[in-house]
Design a protein around this ligand. Structure first.
Ligand code: SF4
Ligand code: SF4
Length: 383
């Protein structure tokens, strides 16, 4: 569809939230909870983290007071919307004893109407990546399908990059290219921010028109492009994604894997924080009186020993083999399986790794070791 551009002030944005609720959406956004931004239901714009900023660094995350009145000036929340679309714990089947009989019920959730306000381009790209795995890769995952079916994305182009972001090198940001219903650019010129709103779907355009949004001044588009370009140029971390497969393949036995794995705690924080890690395991749990039992699906991590358990033993016995598996899968094997990298450059694994292991630093060492043996030529990120 042809993109249309509108201008909104804060009350216009507030009207959009009301419109979405009126249409039956549960509106969610990044909200300050405890000491971190987390995706939570929003009652109003005041629930967004206006006046707060995040400090992001390897193994460090702080939510602190900022002076800006921007609502979306915070790259880097704690979690991504993966935890909502693909929940960490989901009951799949419940079995109850009823006399001599067993009652078995499948617990597929009903189709939800979820609106995500303030989703950044890297996380939109992560949703597209999860779609490839959980919707388009054979039989669709029922839970993900139900949560994803009617999702509305009110995205925000990032005009500031966090110090751990590297979306520009992964081709996933800081500007959202696709997958949104509305994309905002937050502009702070006067005391209160204003918004350039770009409709990305017919529903997005309709919601904007219902909020009586006016056409945006033409120069706002150019200024928005310049602002996201500046944010891309400010990123100091990067991964050469075109060379990633060749680099990983030619450094499989490099000593760096062992050196870094000595710091790795196999805690799995990186896989939990990653917006594209999708692996799950199933557990059967029964009540103490044996009157009922449940089959429960839980997030799993390739950093656990049990993850690679097959035919009476685990095949990845060492932290080195598990760490190498994770990085190789993110940067190389995903491209073979799904045609895109499994990394969107959000930087969460860098922030949430207690050992401050940085995937961009690891890749840089391997890339240098691979040297001229590697020619850039892998497939680009497909987002
Ligand atoms: S590997 Fe790290 S930087 Fe890449 S998407 Fe996952 S958490 Fe984000
Ligand atoms: S790389 Fe970091 S976050 Fe991931 S398992 Fe190892 S110590 Fe934990």
């Amino acid at each position: 569809m042809r993109r249309s551009f509108y201008r909104l002030d804060r009350s216009g944005l507030s009207l959009i939230l009301d419109q979405l609720k009126h249409r039956g959406y549960t509106v969610l956004g990044p909200k300050a909870c405890g000491n971190a931004l987390q995706w939570r239901p929003l009652d109003c714009l005041e629930d967004l983290p206006g006046g707060l900023s995040t400090l992001l660094a390897p193994a460090q995350y702080r939510l602190q007071t900022g002076s800006e009145t921007c609502l979306f000036g915070n790259p880097g929340g704690l979690d991504s919307i993966k935890a909502i679309l693909h929940p960490p714990r989901q009951t799949i089947t419940t079995i109850r004893k009823a006399g001599d009989q067993l009652e078995i019920s499948q617990e597929t959730p009903p189709a939800a109407k979820l609106a995500f306000v303030g989703i950044q381009s890297c996380d939109l790209a992560a949703v597209a990546a999860l779609d490839r795995v959980l919707l388009q890769n054979g039989e669709a995952d029922e839970v993900y399908s139900a949560n994803r079916a009617n999702a509305f994305f009110l995205s925000v182009h990032c005009t500031q990059s966090g110090p751990t972001c590297f979306c520009a090198s992964m081709g996933t940001g800081p500007r959202a290219k696709a997958g949104f219903d509305i994309a905002l650019t937050e502009r702070l010129e006067g005391e209160q921010p204003e918004y350039l709103a770009e409709a990305g779907s017919s529903l997005g355009a309709k919601v904007l028109e219902e909020a009586h949004a006016l056409p945006a001044p033409p120069e706002w588009m150019r200024q928005s492009t310049e602002a996201t370009q500046k944010a891309a140029e400010a990123q100091t971390r990067k991964v050469n994604r075109q060379a990633a497969r060749a680099v990983i393949d030619s450094t499989f036995e490099h000593p760096r894997w062992e050196q870094t794995a000595k710091r790795c705690l196999s805690c799995g924080n990186c896989t939990s924080a990653c917006p594209t890690c999708f692996c799950v395991n199933y557990e059967e749990q029964s009540s103490l009186d044996l009157a009922s039992a449940q089959r429960v699906r839980l997030w799993d991590s390739c950093f656990t020993l049990s993850f690679s358990y097959i035919h009476g033993g685990s095949i990845r016995l060492t932290p080195k083999s598990r760490f190498r598996q994770w990085v190789s899968h993110k940067l190389a094997r995903w491209q073979d399986q799904f045609g895109v990298t499994g990394c969107v450059g959000c930087g969460r694994c860098i922030v949430w790794c207690p050992a401050a292991i940085d995937i961009t630093e690891e890749f840089a060492v391997l890339e240098q070791a691979a040297g001229s043996a590697v020619t850039a030529g892998g497939s680009p990120h497909g987002h």
